[in-house]
Ligand binder design. Structure first.
Ligand SMILES: Nc1ncnc2c1ncn2[C@@H]1O[C@H](COP(=O)(O)OP(=O)(O)OP(=O)(O)O)[C@@H](O)[C@H]1O
Ligand SMILES: [Mg+2]
Length: 365
């Protein structure tokens, strides 16, 4: 039985439909990340699960029980909101222990629990302060603490780390992951951050405009994006899209100005229905690199001359913006490999993970 079932959930505000029929079944202990552009309906989905918003159509089940019309407090959910609301008149300690008090946990146990989450979130030294005396990031951690102190059926996190600085964010991300591994709690987690999505999720749900685009493991989303939207949304810099013509079952051509370049089609990729037609090739920046010895001569690898427009040293690797005809391509090279601005140099296309999209529907072929 699914820990949480979202069945054909629709939600409208007046005549605007914000959720257009969402279906997700989340297993017990699963970490589901909800990601998508601003305004696509993520918070609305979360608020609907929590019962803070009523839905227009569909059902929500928690542990098999239909809670579509249940009161938020009867859903056994702990939630951290995007705009976290703390009780302003209570100390940090009071804020964290309040939910436990309401649930009649004995005082000694409560105190132990407060201390435990305070340690976890590095806010022990703030326990006697009021929310007004905290920074945004500290308040956010208190809000997290309040949720984590309880042990509900489901945690709902709506961008819980958005106010933290980069370093703390990475630390907290690791803490959340450890916590999930230790407790095995069911979590639904909203983020804008792709790295957070990729590293935390068992499965990622990509949303766009009130509709689910893909629901799959992080690797599947990255390697086999369901459509061009998902492909472009996940990955930074994004996947390159190039219009190509399928030549045969083994090769395709790219026209760049008056030149034609050939690239191999990955083995096992069936494009036989598209021979002679245009499709969109999707290739990730890390698959267009400087020529590397160990891949030379592999059947799925080809070398093209590309003009370098811009380089960005990232430390571990260097991003290179190149030009092929009138197209710009993002490539990722080893920093020890030199390329010169406005000069042509050899780039190796590794097509083994290339994907193809139908130019009309933008759906993965
Ligand atoms: N109470 C409301 N009345 C009318 N429209 C609303 C209301 N709440 C949200 N919306 C609209 O519903 C859409 C989805 O909002 P939602 O907050 O779910 O987006 P989101 O995906 O969480 O975005 P973000 O990433 O910016 O937090 C938006 O277009 C928003 O303007
Ligand atoms: Mg939101």
């Amino acid at each position: 039985m699914a820990a949480l079932s979202i069945e054909n959930v629709k939600k409208s505000y007046g005549s605007t439909q914000v959720l257009k029929g969402i279906n997700i079944a989340i297993e017990k202990g699963e970490f589901l990340v909800l990601i998508g552009p601003s305004g696509c309906g993520k918070s609305t989905m979360m608020n609907s699960i929590a019962g803070l918003e009523s839905i227009t159509e569909g059902r929500i089940l928690i542990g098999g029980d239909d809670v579509t019309h249940a009161n938020p407090k009867d859903r056994d959910i702990a939630m951290v909101f995007q705009s976290y609301a703390l009780y302003p008149n209570m100390t940090v300690r009071g804020n964290i222990s309040f939910g436990l008090e309401v649930r009649k946990m004995p005082k000694p146990e409560r105190e132990k629990q407060v201390l435990k989450v305070a340690q976890l979130l590095q806010i022990e030294h703030l326990l006697e302060r009021k929310p007004a005396q905290l920074s945004g990031g500290q308040r956010q951690r208190v809000a997290m603490g309040r949720a984590l102190a309880r042990e509900p059926k489901i945690y709902l996190f709506d961008e819980p780390l958005s106010n933290l600085d980069a370093k703390l964010r990475v630390e907290m991300r690791a803490e959340i992951k450890k916590l999930h591994q230790r407790l095995g709690t069911t979590i639904v987690y909203v983020t804008h951050d792709q790295v957070e999505a990729m590293t935390l999720a068992d499965r990622i749900a990509v949303m766009r405009d009130g509709l689910l685009q893909q629901l799959a493991s992080p690797q599947e989303i990255y390697d086999r994006p369901a459509n061009m939207f998902v492909a472009g949304f996940m990955g930074s810099p994004p996947m390159n899209f190039i219009e190509v013509t399928i030549q045969s079952s083994e090769s395709l051509t790219i026209s760049a100005g008056d030149q034609q370049h050939q690239l191999p089609i990955p083995q096992g990729y069936d494009l036989s229905n598209y021979i002679g037609k245009s499709v969109i090739l999707g290739i990730r920046p890390e698959m267009i690199t400087e020529p590397v010895q160990h891949k030379a001569g592999l059947p799925e690898v080809s070398i093209l001359q590309l003009k370098t427009l811009l380089t960005e040293a990232m430390g571990a690797d260097t991003m290179v913006l190149t030009q092929l005809g009138d197209k710009e391509l993002n490539c990722r090279i080893n920093p020890s490999h030199g390329v010169q601005i406005n000069q042509y140099s050899e780039f190796m296309f590794d097509m083994s993970k290339a994907v193809f999209f139908d130019p009309q529907t933008e759906v993965l072929i």
